[in-house]
Design a protein around this ligand. Structure first.
Ligand code: FE2
Length: 395
């Protein structure tokens, strides 16, 4: 495998260059994969690489080319059914957990679909239509989200291969926790939360509004693997007093005794699987791949708590971020005055604002430039296949 260029990826300022660059990055993620790597779907919550490559293309075709490029005709009218994800108002779609059965169209046809849509996007962007440009901005951000999903879905796929193959031996996504980690103080007061003004942001980051915060102290660093090692050593997974009711029910049902991707060899050595291959667990490495239940239990075990998403946003400039997505104690809810976009794109974020928790920061797998202090990621509380960890706050 050749060196992955993920970290060195540049972010040009011109929109059509950024479009090309973003599209090229998805191909780069897949360039060392075989067609066999690109089709299986291990679980409903992950998708095959072929599907990601096609779905991100469908997004540009459906929401940008069809309404804004006159005379555009679809590459293949049947693709809308196969590659629409969850946009109910955009038409009927394939069942989510059967994406791995789409052996036809083959991978070459999906690449041809990408080329066709890219060429037409190039033509459209020459017309300087501001509506199309705004939607292209959204399409680029959408594809960047999928680029992180591609890496996490590949990790989950390869983890289910008995040989535990490396995706790319050079790709180091495991970060270190800094040794000097002072607490960051937040003073009691009223703070402005959310996005307003220039620059791209998702609708769920608006409107900007005021929030009252009590005095708080947040760790400047995220938690390390050592915390999880101590938790396991002290019977954390077996202690109901540390868990939410739903969390403990998840432990019992899943029989979980360590985080996803951790395992023990026959000689008792504890290892963790990474996209670069399996390695002994580094106690100073950033703890990742825990769900919201585990994050809460680890905070309880530490005599601490998880920050709220608002505390995180207020303190963000003083925190070491970008090592993992950080579970907060905040439920994913609309901000006061939130209004979803009209039409099918209103389904992008708003309809998920129940039964999910907010994650802040960004991870080592996040596409470059795809982060802001107001960014609200969200996942169900039992999801752990993303690069998710935690930051502690004083009670
Ligand atoms: Fe999507």
């Amino acid at each position: 495998m050749t060196t992955h260029q993920h970290i060195d990826f540049d972010t040009p300022t011109n929109l059509s260059h950024r479009f090309d660059s973003c599209r090229a990055h998805s191909l780069r993620i897949c360039r060392n994969l075989t067609p066999e790597d690109s089709v299986p779907q291990v679980a409903e919550f992950v998708s095959p690489m072929k599907w990601h490559l096609a779905h991100t293309t469908w997004f540009f075709e459906t929401f940008i080319l069809k309404p804004h490029l006159s005379g555009y005709s679809e590459f293949d009218p049947e693709f809308a059914f196969l590659f629409n994800s969850y946009y109910v108002s955009a038409g009927k779609r394939h069942t989510r957990n059967l994406r791995g059965l789409i052996t036809r169209p083959d991978l070459a046809q999906v690449y041809a679909y990408r080329t066709y849509v890219d060429e037409h996007m190039g033509r459209l962007l020459e017309q300087n239509c501001s509506d199309a440009e705004q939607l292209t901005e959204l399409g680029i951000n959408h594809e960047q989200q999928h680029q992180e999903l591609m890496l996490t879905d590949l990790k989950y796929l390869f983890w289910h291969n008995p040989l535990l193959p490396a995706y790319d031996q050079q790709l180091r996504l495991q970060r270190q926790v800094g040794s000097d980690a002072p607490m960051v103080d937040i003073s009691e007061g009223i703070y402005e939360i959310g996005h307003a003004g220039a620059g791209f942001a998702y609708d769920n980051e608006s409107p900007k509004h005021r929030v009252f915060l009590s005095e708080a102290k947040l760790c400047s660093e995220v938690a390390s693997n050592q915390l999880m090692l101590d938790f396991i050593e002290n019977g954390g997974y077996q202690n109901p007093l540390l868990w939410h009711d739903a969390g403990y029910a998840w432990v019992q049902q899943s029989q979980q005794t360590c985080p996803l991707y951790w395992y023990e060899q026959d000689d008792g050595a504890r290892l963790s699987y990474h996209l670069s291959g399996a390695e002994p667990i580094d106690p100073t490495g950033v703890l990742t791949h825990i769900n919201a239940f585990e994050a809460h239990a680890l905070a309880e075990f530490s005599g601490m708590r998880l920050p709220t998403e608002f505390e995180h946003e207020v303190a963000a400039s003083k925190l070491a971020v970008g090592k993992c997505w950080e579970w907060t104690s905040s439920s994913y809810l609309p901000y006061p005055g939130f209004k979803a976009a009209e039409g099918a794109l209103g389904e992008y974020n708003g309809k998920f604002m129940i039964n999910q928790s907010v994650l802040r920061g960004f991870s080592a797998a996040t596409s470059p430039g795809h982060n802001r202090s107001t960014y609200r990621n969200f996942f169900p509380t039992d999801a752990s296949w993303q690069f998710t960890g935690l930051r502690l706050a004083a009670r």
